[in-house]
Design a protein around this ligand. Structure first.
Ligand SMILES: *[C@@H]1O[C@H](CO)[C@@H](O)[C@H](O)[C@H]1NC(C)=O
Ligand SMILES: *[C@@H]1O[C@H](CO)[C@@H](O)[C@H](O)[C@H]1NC(C)=O
Ligand SMILES: *[C@@H]1O[C@H](CO)[C@@H](O)[C@H](O)[C@H]1NC(C)=O
Ligand SMILES: *[C@@H]1O[C@H](CO)[C@@H](O)[C@H](O)[C@H]1NC(C)=O
Ligand SMILES: *[C@@H]1O[C@H](CO)[C@@H](O)[C@H](O)[C@H]1NC(C)=O
Length: 729
């Protein structure tokens, strides 16, 4: 942290109307333009101590058909007054125009616990210094408060914006970014996470070119298609070296990320709400807030950026007590039996689960629907959260009691029980829909399009929020349920208003916050047809999410390495499923499937344990022992991507425990390597002077040797894998 004046180190420095935000190894500078009183951006990157030296040199050379502002780097660019780049906000006045002119009015600095969002939006928490810059439009009375909370340890700044209607007439907010930064780097690349169902989080790189380029989601949720995450990096930046900037939007709804390079080589990045799904009316005195965008800078490449996000999110985003705790090995029945089970079958599976030494048994979709609409397939029952009587003749609590009496073999504890729900949705064939047809999203008389035979409840409605809170409270109070998998299986359409995505999210966050506060001992897992809501908004409440419905281990390498760009391994659910894989039909060895899944914080199995072969059954206890050994390091250690699955036939990842005493190396061979050598993999994150013992071959060598020469393993055939434990001596 910078300590320029020799006084107590401070993350925020102010000189007049120039501001510097400092991380351990990062500075972010902004200042008020003396000519216009607009807020200008000066620097976001490595540490820079002088910050009072502006205004920019551009005043000496700007020239042309467009005005001065197009040469300037701005903090909260407006629309309609000569900046022809992307605006960060757009507000329509009662008179119909969208011109505004926000000028600096004042600022304040808050210290101590970071203030919570007044709307109940998720955000970083904990000790932080916060700069709030207040802006005002003298013509309309519109106000904006730009908030910057600095987390110096992580070289991170969380920014959000509040728009306040300080005028006499109503206005409509039509566009709102959480953050907008103008870069002066001549060449930049965009790295993002892109995909679809069953192939989420594909790391994708493209050059920032002149004009705009961007991505986002209009599905109402963060979606499989693009993650609310942007990395900008120079062409020279690698996993280990160079400048990398990461932007992560703490939001589960539709979002918009755009990058524009202008003719002056200034590159603007904006991250925020999707303008097509925002139309927010503000009566005089009312306000609306953007979600928070976390910006991180690393001079140690993409890997350094990822590690900053991982530790920041584990310590200052995830509120669950499980954030850095090892997770129980679980068995989820979904791919094992899908919709075809009853209480007796579930109990048999639980017996087999406990006999294998697995600690948690999860009953997935298919248990509810009550008498009228039994959920025996995906066509009916969603919304009616009563067990199907024909499947559970003694009710749910009786089954849970029986299951939680089973001893987990070799673990000295009883089997835990978890259950699946999808509370935000319903089937048209449900008592809930018959009773409350008005509770689902709909737009006038347009067809209420079903997707996977289901409709979406409008969580913007208070009564819907309360219904979900009551339903889950009853369920959790009815039996000893210690884990919930909360699914969400379609996007939103036919919404009553463009503002639905925002209103829905505020409602959803109220529900999640209420339930997770009420039931802090429950391990909550998010899911949305796999990873359609793998986002930091969900992570605030649920410490883990199901990473993808694709459980094929080869595909999971790309997905998990991709997700790790921003999300900690601790947040990833990863399971061993049966072969041939149900999505890809690929057959891979049990060890390969298990080793890939162990790179996720929540390791488990997703199959029918009564159908394992004798050979597989014999291997499972050893696999569980290894998973339980590495899990604490995976969940709370520092992660290094040593080789990427898209670049190499031998992807490798390692984790180093927080105290540096233990590391675990995961290395893989994707395809057989005929008559060729095997490259060494160089480790990272070790102490060069310390000696380490490598369990695989019993060698004791220095950290320097492991990091500079590396280790070499060879494999025969496709899908080779090794998990190597490295202990400091
Ligand atoms: C800080 O940044 C410098 C380069 O600007 C780099 O050499 C150093 O490793 C970084 N240190 C940390 C702790 O990130
Ligand atoms: C504040 O900035 C001015 C230049 O604008 C400089 O002369 C002065 O020394 C700075 N004050 C401090 C305390 O750094
Ligand atoms: C923009 O950057 C390119 C590539 O470095 C350079 O050739 C060009 O002169 C720059 N243009 C301006 C206006 O700075
Ligand atoms: C959101 O849209 C609904 C439906 O059109 C409307 O009733 C409500 O006033 C809107 N809310 C805001 C804040 O714009
Ligand atoms: C519920 O299950 C957990 C985990 O097995 C156990 O620790 C706890 O004592 C049980 N609670 C009740 C009320 O039976």
């Amino acid at each position: 942290m910078a300590d320029i004046k020799g006084s107590a180190p401070s993350a925020i420095e102010v000189n007049g109307t120039s501001f510097a935000l400092h991380g351990k190894n990062m500075s972010y500078h902004l200042y008020v333009d003396p000519q216009t009183q607009d807020l200008f951006h000066a620097h976001f990157g490595g540490p820079a101590t002088e910050y009072e030296v502006y205004p920019s040199q551009a005043d000496k050379y700007w020239h042309g058909w467009t005005n001065r502002v197009n040469w300037m780097r701005r903090e909260f660019p407006d629309l309609g007054r000569g900046d022809f780049r992307l605006p960060a906000y757009q507000v329509r006045s009662a008179a119909g125009h969208t011109v505004s002119e926000l000028k600096y009015e004042g600022h304040e600095i808050l210290r101590g616990e970071k203030p919570e969002s007044k709307e109940g939006l998720p955000g970083l928490f904990g000790e932080a210094e916060t700069l709030v810059v207040k802006m005002r439009d003298a013509v309309s009375g519109l106000r904006a408060e730009l908030s910057y909370s600095v987390f110096p340890q992580y070289d991170a700044v969380a920014r959000s914006v509040r728009i306040i209607n300080g005028g006499k007439d109503p206005v409509t907010v039509e566009r709102l970014s959480s953050l907008s930064v103008d870069f002066a780097e001549e060449e930049l690349n965009i790295i993002e996470l892109r995909g679809d169902w069953a192939r989420e989080c594909q790391r994708t790189k493209r050059k920032v070119d002149y004009g705009t380029q961007g991505f986002g989601s209009t599905t109402g949720y963060s979606s499989h298609h693009h993650n609310p995450f942007l990395c900008l990096a120079t062409p020279q930046t690698s996993e280990r070296h160079g400048d990398a900037w990461g932007f992560s939007l703490i939001w589960t709804g539709s979002f918009n990320i755009e990058v524009e390079k202008n003719s002056q080589n200034l590159t603007r990045a904006t991250v925020g709400l999707h303008p097509a799904q925002l139309s927010w009316k503000l009566a005089p005195g009312e306000s609306v807030a953007s979600p928070e965008c976390v910006a991180v800078y690393s001079s140690e490449g993409i890997g350094g950026m990822s590690r900053r996000f991982h530790s920041l999110f584990r310590k200052h985003l995830v509120k669950s007590k499980f954030s850095e705790q090892p997770r129980p090995v679980l068995l989820n029945c979904w791919e094992g039996v899908y919709f075809t089970f009853d209480a007796e079958k579930m109990y048999q599976m639980a017996e087999a689960t406990s006999a294998l030494g697995i600690r948690l048994m999860v009953m997935d979709d298919g248990w509810f629907g009550g008498e009228k609409y039994p959920r025996v397939n995906d066509q009916a029952g969603l919304g009616d959260w009563e067990p199907v009587p024909s499947r559970f003749p003694d009710g749910l609590p009786a089954l849970v009691d029986k299951i939680t009496q089973l001893e987990v073999k070799g673990k000295g504890e009883k089997l835990r029980f978890g259950i699946w729900v999808e509370p935000e949705m319903l089937n048209a064939k449900s008592v809930l829909y018959e009773t409350h047809p008005d509770w689902v999203l709909h737009a006038g008389d347009y067809t209420r399009t079903e997707n996977r035979n289901q409709l979406v409840l409008n969580l913007g409605l208070r009564e819907v929020q309360d219904f979900i809170i009551d339903t889950l409270t009853k369920l959790l109070e009815s039996a000893n349920i210690t884990y919930i998998k909360w699914d969400n299986n379609r996007g939103m359409h036919e919404t009553p208003s463009p503002n639905t995505s925002y209103e829905y999210m505020v409602g959803l966050y109220r529900v999640l916050s209420t339930l997770t506060t009420k039931f802090p001992d429950v391990l909550w897992e998010g899911c949305a047809s796999g990873g359609a809501r793998f986002d930091p908004g969900i992570l605030q409440y649920f410490p883990q999410s199901w990473t993808s419905d694709d459980t094929d281990a080869l595909e999971r390498l790309d997905i998990q390495f991709g997700a790790s760009l921003v999300y900690p391994a601790a947040s990833m659910g990863a399971h061993v499923s049966a072969v041939p894989n149900h999505v890809t039909r690929r057959v891979t060895p049990l060890e390969f499937r298990a080793h890939v899944a162990m790179m996720g914080g929540s390791f488990g199995f997703e199959l029918d344990p009564t159908e394992l072969s004798e050979e597989e059954k014999a291997k499972v206890p050893g696999i569980i022992a290894l998973a339980e050994k590495v899990n604490p390091i995976v969940v709370s250690g520092d992660m290094y991507r040593l080789r990427l699955p898209e670049d190499s036939n031998w992807p490798a990842m390692m984790f180093v425990s927080a105290d540096g005493a233990t590391a675990v190396l995961f290395t893989f061979q994707k395809r057989a390597n005929v008559n060729c050598g095997f490259p060494n993999v160089k480790l990272q994150g070790l102490d060069p002077k310390a000696k380490y013992r490598i369990d695989e071959d019993g060698l004791i060598v220095s950290g320097a040797t492991l990091m500079n020469i590396g280790v070499q393993y060879y494999y025969k055939g496709d899908f080779g894998s090794k998990v190597v434990i490295i202990e400091r001596q």
